[in-house]
Design a protein around this ligand. Structure first.
Ligand code: SAH
Length: 380
């Protein structure tokens, strides 16, 4: 009874559900914890900023969104200035990235005129914040609850897609190596104290569902896969291949298939127990960029990267941007600019943990010959 007093409504609901229907995969648990329409984390909380649970790159500095805006402007110029562009942002959060993106484009009014913006956002609360922030934007703007509905609404013109820290929020499944093979890790109920706990499914899965090179990993190793990330990537690639366009995906993640658990809970800028209070902590997992690039190749497009975020921003001219902003800054602002620069690019901060991938598809599919900014190095 004791734990029931403190239990979140979502936890009560999940315990009831599991008792009735049996343990659920971690992906279902994550979906409920993050996007349950009544109690999900992204539905009930405002995760951003000092008062929230975490700070993302667009809120570290305006330079982040500006340089991304310039990346797409460069692609637009190299695509010979298409007259209409659908600009999709997946998970805009509190809208900082798009605000800085559009501000920097004031130097290229023709590009702004071509843009129609489509946002994919699951949180009604964040949609309100975004609507308020973008109310004076000159472009038409639309909101969608799912990527699928945004892609359906953006057919027939080149589509530019930006996703910063979106893929890490997509549900993952975990498999653990046992003596008889790989077992899915499930969320069940501990009968004694009526709490959520993880357990392994009794039967091993067919190995064909797991990355080939990892099947012989050591006993107790864990593999994570994100069927949702893979599904969305296929949809995005097909869309860009058919309609032309570009996508830029930035997130924390790894660049080779690997074992190891990365699922984490964050609340109030600190690590939190993943299963303690579903709906109160942000849950995320590192993104498998290797898998995303394999999908891009399978759809017959060319992946750019993965490269380190730090390198990408340096190649996009972040140091020059710091210098130019410093000219009109107070000494305090100048010192903040240097701190933000370090936070975004330094290897011991976000610089190497975060990776960037991209793809570009043009009318004559000659993207191979176009030199795309920011990706001066080959893949990691
Ligand atoms: N891109 C922003 C926010 C990152 S947080 C930034 O860099 O600051 C993740 C964002 O994705 C939030 O806006 C969240 O509400 C949204 N989101 C998470 N899962 C989602 C899903 N399954 N469908 C739609 N939006 C989702």
């Amino acid at each position: 009874m004791m734990s029931e007093i403190k239990m979140t409504p979502l936890k009560q609901h999940l315990i009831k559900l599991i008792k009735l229907h049996g343990p659920i995969p971690i992906s279902s648990y994550m979906t409920e914890a993050l996007t349950n329409p009544k109690h999900g984390y992204y539905v009930t909380q405002n995760p951003f900023g000092v008062k929230g649970d975490f700070i993302t790159a667009p809120d570290v500095s305006q330079m982040f969104g500006e340089l991304i805006g310039l990346w797409f402007a460069d692609v637009w110029l190299k695509m010979n200035k298409p007259q209409k562009i659908f600009l999709l942002e997946l998970g805009p959060g509190n809208g900082s990235l798009m605000k800085d993106f559009m501000r920097v484009l004031k130097v290229l009014p023709e590009f702004v005129e071509a843009i129609e913006i489509h946002f994919v956002e699951a949180s009604p609360q964040l949609i309100e914040i975004q609507k308020d922030k973008f109310k004076n934007f000159p472009c038409k703007k639309y909101w969608h609850e799912t990527v699928k509905s945004a892609l359906n609404a953006t057919v027939g013109a080149p589509t530019y897609i930006i996703a910063n820290e979106f893929f890490d929020a997509l549900p993952i499944r975990q498999f653990q190596k046992g003596i008889l093979g790989w077992h899915e890790r499930m969320v069940g109920v501990d009968k004694e104290n009526e709490d959520l706990k993880t357990m392994l499914a009794p039967f091993a899965v067919a190995e064909v569902t797991l990355p080939e090179g990892l099947r012989d990993a050591e006993l107790h190793s864990v593999i994570e896969v994100s069927p949702m990330a893979e599904y969305l990537m296929v949809e995005i690639c097909n869309h860009i291949k058919t309609n032309q366009g570009a996508a830029l995906i930035i997130d924390y993640g790894y660049t080779k298939h690997r074992t190891g658990e990365t699922l984490q809970g964050v609340e109030d800028h600190k690590y939190a127990n993943i299963y303690q209070n579903p709906g109160q902590a942000d849950l995320s997992a590192h993104v498998n960029f290797c898998k995303l690039c394999e999908i891009i190749e399978k759809i017959d497009l060319k992946p750019l990267g993965p490269i380190f975020q730090g390198k990408f921003l340096e190649y996009m001219g972040i140091e020059e941007r710091v210098k130019s902003l410093t000219k009109s800054a107070t000494p305090e602002q100048a010192s903040d600019l240097l701190k933000s620069l370090s936070r975004l690019v330094a290897p011991d901060e976000m610089g190497t943990l975060f990776k960037v991938i991209a793809m570009v598809s043009t009318a004559d599919n000659d993207a191979d010959e176009i030199e795309i900014a920011g990706f001066n190095d080959g893949p990691l």
